[in-house]
Design a protein around this ligand. Structure first.
Ligand code: F6P
Length: 326
């Protein structure tokens, strides 16, 4: 009797992040090496529920490692919060006789993975979101690339700020986390970061900007996380308070989500993918692969969804020391 080939699935879900392709490639190639069949679902949970999938082979994931986005495509699929929609997904997984589903995505996607695991589906999560707001892992796929994009943009804007003697307010992503704003502010020497994790005093900022202006400093940079305030709101508030600098706003928006992944994101994505398949082979499910210092550990999905990732206190203190205001 020929041995039955074991089958697993993979999907990318939620907002795309650079390095998702590298993770899918690692999942597919590790699975094939181990003699598994691997199915890719298109457009995240939407494709899963509607049974849109195809079997993937070695060459299907060739030439994608260096590309941003996700060749499997992704979707924000709100409907997946509904129990009857999750049941449809369970049916598809059972019909295909998948022994595990590897879910690559952000916080919402990991919640979806947890919902499936509570229904008895063996799932393994891989953290991928530029926001770096997923509990249990130091880094998520895409954060490093997004930060590099932001740093390049801020450095570029500083040229114009200096030439014109202006202060720029730069809005970055992070719908409930100030990680991108704080880290990019530290890395670019910005004068302030406005983040949801800390109360912010606009009066003090206005005073300090005016002091810089009067001291002849040709530029000032304020980085604001979209989760704390919108850039144009900051502009209005500072104008009302009275700031001597001419003010401008730049909203970086989706520029931060695309682009070729950095070396770091390619490596962590590859290791997450490789490790996820090995976690399945060793009988694990209901877990997320997490990077903790230099180790790639497994954290239970229950722990991930029931905790909030905080910005390390050290970064907050350091920012306070290195800039005027945080
Ligand atoms: O969750 C990642 C993220 O990039 C957030 O920072 C941002 O608020 C959101 O996605 C934007 O999502 P969309 O592309 O669906 O508008």
């Amino acid at each position: 009797m020929p041995r039955r080939v074991r089958k697993i699935g993979v999907l990318t879900s939620g907002g795309d992040s650079p390095g998702m392709n590298a993770a899918v490639r690692a999942v597919v190639r590790t699975a094939l090496e181990e003699g598994l069949k691997i199915f890719g679902f298109q457009m995240g949970y939407r494709g899963l529920v509607n049974g849109i999938f195809r079997e993937l082979d070695f060459e299907d994931v060739g030439g994608i490692l260096q590309k941003g986005g996700t060749f499997l495509q992704t979707a924000r699929f709100k409907e997946f919060e509904r129990e009857e929609v999750q049941d449809q997904a369970v049916d598809v997984i059972e019909d295909l006789e998948l022994e595990s589903l590897i879910i690559i995505g952000g916080e919402g996607s990991i919640h979806g993975a947890y919902a499936l695991s509570r229904k008895g589906v063996p799932v393994i999560g891989i953290p991928a979101s530029i926001d770096n707001d997923i509990y249990g892992t130091d880094d998520s796929i895409g954060v490093d690339t997004a930060l590099n994009t932001i740093v390049r943009a801020v450095d570029t804007i500083k040229d114009t700020a200096s030439s014109h003697g202006r202060a720029f307010i730069i809005e970055v992503m992070g719908h409930n986390s100030g990680y991108l704003a704080l880290l990019s502010a530290i890395a670019t020497g910005a004068e302030a970061a406005i983040i949801p994790e800390k109360e912010f005093d606009y009066r003090t900022l206005a005073k300090r900007l005016n002091k810089r202006y009067r001291e002849g400093l040709t530029n000032s940079i304020v980085i604001v996380s979209e989760g704390a305030a919108r850039g144009f709101h900051v502009l209005k508030t500072l104008n009302e308070l009275g700031v001597d600098y001419e003010l401008r706003v730049t909203v970086l928006g989706h520029l931060q989500r695309g682009g070729s992944p950095t070396f770091y994101d390619r490596i962590i994505a590859s290791r997450f993918g490789y490790r996820a398949v090995h976690a399945f082979l060793s009988g694990k499910s209901g877990v997320m692969v997490a990077k903790q210092c230099d180790n790639y550990n497994l954290v239970s999905l229950e722990e991930v969804v029931n905790n909030r990732k905080e910005i390390p206190e050290e970064y907050l203190k350091m920012a306070e020391t290195l800039m005027w205001e945080y």
